[in-house]
Write a protein that binds this ligand. Sequence first.
Ligand code: PMP
Length: 367
Amino acid sequence: MNNKSILNELSPYKPGKQVKEIKEMYGLNQIVKLASNENPYGFSENVKDYVLNSMHEFNIYPDGYTSELRTAVAAKLKINEKQLVFGNGSDEIVQIICRAYIYPGVNTVMATPTFPQYKQNALIEGAQIKEIPTIDGYHDLEGMLTAIDENTNVVWLCSPNNPTGSIIEKETLHSFLDRCPKNVLVVLDEAYYEYMESDLDAKMIEQLSAYPNLVILRTFSKAYGLAGLRVGYAVASEQLITKLDVARGPFNTSTLAQNAALIALEDDQFIQSSRAKNNDVKQAFQQFLTSIGWHYYDSQTNFLLVSTPISGEAVFQYLIENGFIVRPGELLGCPNTIRITLGHESDMKQIQDLLYQLDQEISKENE
Ligand code: PMP
């Protein structure tokens, strides 16, 4: 049986280790997972009430048009309902975009490091990949523009970028979009949108009519805290969405996920409080890192990419043995870094103590 030959060269996604597995491995009672940029404050209480107190009809297929959630998201974003397509997480939207727009003979341009699923899915569809290194964690949009040629079909922008946390500034983004050929699809992934400072928001959804080649991705997995339910969506012109919709499975988001997302969307208070707590924790942690002289990248998200004086793998190992799971940068294409999701204040204090001790030990060894 022949498969696509590229599948022999790629590996499946390597997930962060599960909490249970690590507890057993290191004999720990407590473990804090700060590896997947989940919301440490959970999710809206209203979603909890819905899940616990409703009669769920799991025998019935979900609404394949995601009607109620669609109406609510469209109203919130002030767009036409036909400008939306929903996915099983924005991961699936990335897959759908690749399925629809990438085929052998085309190339696709993206930053490096960035969210790895762009590359993975584009490779599976047979594209040549052009990766343009970030500059201090920021997209090099001039470099990306230069990389575009007559075979480029899709450009991936991630703002804020995972794993660096840095945004694409408004002016830079506009200047890029104005000069990018209109036959090139530009994907702007805003998975961490809700964490951004509002005055940095480029408000591209409001300007979609000027950019018919732009598609914007959002998710309920991060600030809304529904990563386990899998709902993300794309916003674009109606024409573009129609194409993506053809490549979508008919029942790709579950009833539970659709209803939970609808309820979560209405709880702005939860988002505001998550943002505020995240900001406080971020500031305190940044101050700590500065105090021990460790560099970190500008972040408008709920995680920080931190440069480490020894390998990221070694810091990861040290932290895991002490009950904290982070993501070693070596797995993300950033050697000698770790990516830490910003957790509860008390957990961050503990991680600070651990990093402080580690830094002292490294300094002693280097004396
Ligand atoms: N885009 C970015 C930049 C991400 O960091 C993630 C999650 N790690 C996703 C997309 C996918 O998120 P989800 O599929 O949960 O919506």
